[in-house]
Ligand binder design. Structure first.
Ligand SMILES: [Zn+2]
Length: 299
């Protein structure tokens, strides 16, 4: 991660940086005031910045390294009685990163707990159509609709931690306390990659993976926004720890249908004129026959 400076006179506020995921662009009165070191270096995510169109789906499809990754066979590696806790910084991350894994876990009989770290209330700053209080209701509803589209809603228990969207880094202590109340011995944890590129994703990844390490729990880190900023064979991703989950064509079709349930994230905001949070390219890039998880056994 890049060196952080707090010299505000020379550097733009972090909310001035371009995030295609506008969840990061929250009002300054509710957010820790971070500053950036340059146009392309963010104080939290460094050079893992989500801007522009990102790496194309073709680039990923054509990379042999992705084809060669070891496979994660959930039916062989996850005992059916083991509870799996999936952490989504915002309602939709569970589908974008893990819709294939979720379907396979349900088929394997694993109890699934879905934990929304925030309700994603800051995705539409200044919107009259999607003000925070409305998003607070809509986005969990969209998540439930998506689980139904996957055909697994009955097997998933959803809970929300109610942390402030866009500011999870500043709430690591309460986050950790809530974890201690939820997580049980023998749980398997699934979280975004600690260097996924969105500040809330990185904070979630760091809190959850540190908790897993402390309590000797298995922890899988999903790539979500990393597909945007990273390039094939990117040195910022520990590919030697990467495992690939292959989706069937039917599982991918359901994943696509589930993504379509997040109407607030995939439509133009007529009140601000802002484009969809999830661009067509972002959806195409994540709608693949694979998901990738980083897994490091504890020694
Ligand atoms: Zn997110």
């Amino acid at each position: 991660m890049a060196t952080v400076t707090t010299n505000m006179s020379e550097h733009p506020a972090w909310s001035d940086l371009t995030f295609s995921d506008n969840e990061a662009a929250v009002s300054t009165d509710t957010v820790t005031d971070y500053t950036a070191t340059s146009e392309h270096n963010h104080p939290i995510v460094g050079d893992r910045v989500i801007e522009g169109d990102g790496t194309s789906q073709d680039a990923w499809q054509n990379w042999q390294g992705l084809q060669d990754l070891p496979r994660l066979n959930l039916a062989q590696n996850f005992l059916p009685h083991q509870r799996v806790c999936v952490f989504a910084p915002h309602p939709d991350d569970e589908i974008l990163g893990c819709a294939g894994m979720l379907q396979q876990l349900a088929a394997n009989g694993n109890p699934i707990i879905l934990i929304h770290v925030t309700n994603g209330t800051q995705s539409h700053p200044d919107s009259q159509i999607y003000p925070p209080q409305k998003l607070n209701v809509i986005r969990p509803q969209e998540s439930l609709a998506a689980l139904k589209a996957l055909g697994i809603a009955q097997q998933v228990t959803t809970m929300t931690l109610g942390l402030a969207d866009g500011d999870v880094f500043a709430q690591q202590a309460p986050f950790n306390e809530k974890l201690a109340a939820i997580i049980q011995p023998d749980d398997i944890l699934v979280t975004p990659f600690v260097h996924d590129g969105h500040p809330d994703h990185e904070a979630t990844g760091q809190v959850v993976s540190a908790f897993a390490k402390q309590h000797n729990l298995a922890c899988y880190q999903a790539l979500i926004w990393a597909w945007h900023w990273a390039k094939p064979d990117d040195g910022r991703i520990p590919w030697h720890c990467a495992l690939r989950v292959d989706l069937t064509a039917e599982q991918l079709q359901r994943k696509t249908q589930a993504i379509a349930c997040f109407k607030s994230q995939i439509t133009v905001d007529e009140s601000t004129g802002n484009p969809p949070i999830l661009s067509a390219q972002a959806i195409a890039r994540i709608s693949q026959l694979w998901e990738v998880y980083l897994y490091e056994p504890h020694v």
